[in-house]
Design a protein around this ligand. Structure first.
Ligand code: NI
Length: 179
């Protein structure tokens, strides 16, 4: 089942997310639907608030850029360390259609999370996956990538954001690997 992707202006993107207490069939259904929704929109990452669910969950699949990659599910993730080194990358987001901006982020992170079997992981991650995880993790913390921009850049985006909030600009599948 395809979910409707929630876009800039929707309250759910600014709502605190709840820890997941049980990995059950309901959650498995949500995860399957999130992957389906993400693939339909040609995204590579999708967080639960983007499909109107205030829970600590996101999914990632980088296989369009790296054939050795596959489905990754992060339940109750916690970023516990950020590396010192930073880099820049032009990000996009399914919830902020048509907008792409350079965001500076740490190149490495340490994260704890559970997978769908409930197993706990504690991993150090760097490179592009670390970038995507930080973007999705932000969604769980009520943050959008545009919040990282300078006030000048934000003011230049004002009109576009208004159009997204009013529904004039809608989510469209693009080949830009949106997060
Ligand atoms: Ni996003």
């Amino acid at each position: 089942m395809l979910y409707q992707i929630q876009t800039y202006g929707k309250q759910v993107l600014r709502t605190k997310t709840k820890k997941i207490s049980e990995i059950d069939d309901d959650l498995r259904k949500i995860v399957a639907n999130m992957f389906e929704t993400m693939y339909a929109a040609e995204g590579i990452g999708l967080a639960a608030p983007q499909v109107d669910k205030s829970i600590r969950l996101f999914v990632i699949d980088l296989s369009p850029m790296d054939e050795e990659e596959g489905q990754r599910v992060y339940v109750n993730p916690q970023i516990i360390e950020l590396g010192d080194e930073m880099d820049e990358y032009e990000e996009g987001c399914l919830s902020v259609p048509t907008v792409r901006e350079i965001v500076t982020r740490p190149t490495s992170i340490r994260i704890t999370y559970q997978d769908m079997s409930g197993e706990h992981f504690d991993e150090e991650i760097d490179g592009f996956l670390a970038r995507v995880i930080q973007h999705e993790y932000d969604h769980l913390e009520k943050t959008l990538f545009i919040d990282h921009l300078s006030s000048l850049k934000k003011s230049l985006l004002k009109k576009t954001l208004k159009k997204i909030a009013s529904g004039e600009i809608e989510v469209e599948a693009s080949e830009n690997f949106e997060l």
